[in-house]
Design a binder for this molecule. Structure first.
Ligand SMILES: [Zn+2]
Length: 138
């Protein structure tokens, strides 16, 4: 049974979210194509797009992860090679990382953002975004 009510007390999990799965039930068939979620989770019926502009939080997570990787790369390289820092190689690596990391992490930003949102706003069993019978006509 995939009734949304049975997931009312479910605690969202970060592990599945980091593996691009539903943070509530762990279902993996939640993608229409790269970076684009289905409307609802086929496992728990969770509505993914909860409101207009919902994914801004995910974009902020993506930016934060990219900046953290850049800082770790820069500080780690400078700290381990000082005073002979390979500046050109570091610049090339930094540019490559700033292209690759956000692309690699982008789908995960959505599932991680869902996880965080579900942690901050737990499903109470009566919200319109999780009600499978809700038609959006308020
Ligand atoms: Zn689910």
């Amino acid at each position: 049974m995939s009734d949304a009510g049975e997931w009312a007390g479910a605690r969202p999990r970060l592990g599945p979210a980091l593996r691009k799965r539903c943070p509530r039930c762990g279902h993996k068939a939640i993608w229409d194509r790269w970076g684009e979620l289905t409307e609802r989770c086929p496992g728990c019926r969770l509505v993914f797009l909860r409101e207009h502009g919902y994914w801004v939080g995910g974009l902020i997570i993506n930016l934060a992860v990219a900046e953290a990787v850049l800082m770790a790369l820069l500080l780690g390289t400078v700290a381990t090679t000082w005073p002979d820092v390979p500046w050109t190689a570091l610049l090339v690596a930094a540019i490559a990382a700033m292209i690759a990391v956000p692309l690699w992490f982008y789908p995960r930003t959505k599932t991680v953002w869902l996880w965080l949102d579900l942690r901050l706003h737990p499903y109470q069993g009566r919200g319109p975004s999780d009600d499978a019978s809700h038609d959006g006509a308020d």
